[in-house]
Design a protein around this ligand. Sequence first.
Ligand code: 0YR
Ligand code: MG
Length: 371
Amino acid sequence: MKITAVDPFILHVPLAAGSISDSTHAVTHWGVVGTRIRAEDGTEGFGFTGTHAHLASDRLITACIRDCYAALLLGEDARDIQRLWHKLAHCPPIQWVGRAGITHLALAAVDVALWDLKCKQAGLPLWKYLGGTTTPDLMAYNTDIGWLSIPEDRLIAGAKRAVQEDGFRGVKIKVGHDDPAIDLRRLEKVRRAIGPGMMLATDANGKWDLPTAQRFCRNAEALDIYWLEEPMWYDDIASHAALASATAIPVALGEQLYTLDAFRAFVDARAVQYVQPDITRVAGITEYLQVADLAHAHRLPVVAHAGDMCQVHVHLAHAHPASTQLEYIPWIKDWFVDPIVVRDGNYQLPQRPGAGSTPSEAAFAQLSRPL
Ligand code: 0YR
Ligand code: MG
């Protein structure tokens, strides 16, 4: 089943809210940056990574696919995903300038496209292709009500609406003010608004140092915080290990880790308790499954990060025994052929063949940016 075409694309999806920010990023569009891969039978697979829609850096990713990876893929058997992953990841001159960053994001897009293609050829949704669901009641938690840029009154109203009207059993609130006392006040009010039984997670997006994170945790423990995500610099294993041993609040991270080896280092150091790989950052479904199995071998829960806005992760979370929860951010779903659906706080099982990664014709017509 030969690969006959590799066509990269860049889509910039505008946020309904206009813009949002967390402690370190401000976003107006979500970048869906990836590739279409066609096989000789005409089947097309789609894969993408997620970006902050910065056209110049998005183009580095599509250039890597077009100028480096396409030549390695054309004429190959599209079904040999494992072999092709290794061919691309370990191609000496490309590995020399990569192993993480742009080349890895590009490989993520290629890998997802190959899985999507294979599932479409098999006539099965990815979760079914992988062996069925171990988690029929996959819980969605809502991140979209909790941005740092949302003022306190709207934050509380949004959290209340999410649990009382929309059926969510969990929310995630962004933290990371220079003075964590501001975050604590917002969290106290949210906890009061949603009640004691609801999952209340927090996310500092890498902002704090160890003493600030420790001070925050000491005071936040009384609020039954489900986890503190990315409290400190992404690569700082020692500080996360120190924090994890000092607080009862579990440490969550992974959205900024590129490789299986990076996850192993955090797991070995007991620096993470909720493991959050992202197919758009590790190189696709192939490496995600390795990370999820690693976590599972340590009996750590896997809660994927929504770089793909869970179009693909919904399949993986349903299929993997380490996952019972999944992030919900509804930014790009309406531009996809098979949009994610949450009902009564649970992610529904997708029914169409493929990995859920196919943008709609309207998305290509209206959101494409020049390569
Ligand atoms: C928006 N989810 C996250 C987004 C989000 C970031 O800046 O990139 O907040 O990916 O941390 O858990
Ligand atoms: Mg996060």
